[in-house]
Write a protein that binds this ligand. Structure first.
Ligand code: PGA
Length: 251
C-alpha cells in the first residue's frame, strides 16, 4: 500500500527565523499523524534551520530545486551533494514556475532528476498541462510525454525514490482547482504511463500527488480519489492551521 505524501512548497517565502517559528508551531499540531509522510520544501537558505527545527518530529525537509551538474562553474547554483550534506531528504524538480520563468525543459528536468537520485535525494517530480493544452483535449498526451521524458534513463530501483506531482499549470496559485474527477483521471494516466515503462507493480507502488490550489477546504475530496496519493501545496502550506487540516485529511 502506497503512502500519502503531503508536501508544502513554500516557494520564495519565509526567512530562517520565520522557518524556525513555523516548524516549532507545526510540530505539535501534526504529531502522531503518521499515516502520511509530511514534507516541507523550503528555500535553500532555510533548509539548515528547518532540518534542525524538525529533528525528532515527523516533519521531513526538502529543497525546491537542485542543479544538474555535480559541481563546477555554475555561479549561484546549489548541488545535490550540498543539499544532502545539510540533511535535505527531498527535492522538488521541474515545478511549472521553474519551467515558465527559468527556462526549465524536460531535458534539464531529467538531468536534475538523475543527479538528485544519484546523490540519494528523494525527488518530487512536477509535471502537468497548461490551460491551452487542456482546452485542446491533449492533457493525456502531454502528461504521458512529460512522464517519459522526465524519467528517461531512471532505473526501476531509482524510481522507488520518485514521487510524481501532477500539477495542472492553470490551477497553480490561481484558486482554480482541478475537480477530484479530473485529478483522479490524469493521475491515472500518469500511473498507466509508469505501468508501460516500469510494469504494473511499479505503477501500483508510486506515489502520485495532486497540486494546484489544494487547500483545507478541498483536500479531503481530492485525497479520497484512488489515484491521488497526497498533495503538493503552495499557498496553503504557509499557514500551520491550513496545512494541518490537509495533513489530517490525508490521515
Ligand atoms: P498552490 O501551489 O497550492 O499555491 O496552487 C501549488 C504548487 O505550486 O506546488
Amino acid at each position: 500500500m502506497r503512502k500519502n505524501v503531503i508536501a508544502g512548497n513554500w516557494k520564495m517565502n519565509m526567512t530562517p527565523s520565520e522557518t524556525k517559528a513555523f516548524i516549532t508551531d507545526l510540530a505539535p499540531m501534526v504529531k502522531g499523524m503518521d499515516k502520511c509522510d509530511i514534507v516541507l520544501c523550503v528555500p535553500f537558505v532555510d533548509i539548515a534551520t528547518a532540518v534542525e527545527a524538525a529533528k525528532g518530529t515527523n516533519i521531513h525537509v526538502g529543497a525546491e530545486n537542485v542543479h544538474f551538474a555535480e559541481s563546477g562553474a555554475y555561479t549561484g547554483e546549489i548541488s545535490a551533494a550540498m543539499l544532502k550534506e545539510i540533511g535535505t531528504e527531498y527535492v522538488v524538480i521541474g515545478h511549472s514556475e521553474r519551467r515558465q520563468y527559468f527556462g526549465e525543459t524536460d531535458a534539464t528536468v531529467n538531468l536534475r532528476t538523475k543527479t538528485a537520485l544519484k546523490a540519494g535525494l528523494k525527488v518530487i517530480l512536477c509535471l502537468g498541462e497548461v490551460k491551452e493544452q487542456r482546452l485542446a483535449g491533449i492533457t493525456d498526451e502531454v502528461v504521458s510525454m512529460q512522464t517519459k521524458l522526465d524519467l528517461a534513463e531512471v532505473s526501476a530501483e531509482d524510481l522507488k525514490n520518485v514521487i510524481i506531482a501532477y500539477e495542472p499549470v492553470w490551477a497553480i496559485g490561481t484558486g482554480l482547482t482541478a475537480t477530484p474527477e479530473q485529478a483522479d483521471e490524469t493521475c491515472g494516466v500518469i500511473r498507466a504511463t509508469i505501468a508501460k515503462l516500469y510494469g504494473a507493480q511499479a505503477a501500483e507502488d508510486i506515489t502520485i500527488q495532486y497540486g494546484g490550489s489544494m487547500n483545507d477546504g478541498n483536500a479531503k475530496e481530492l485525497l479520497a480519489k484512488v489515484n491521488v496519493d497526497g498533495g503538493l501545496i503552495g499557498g496553503a502550506s504557509l499557514k500551520t492551521d491550513k496545512f494541518t487540516t490537509i495533513v489530517k485529511a490525508a490521515n
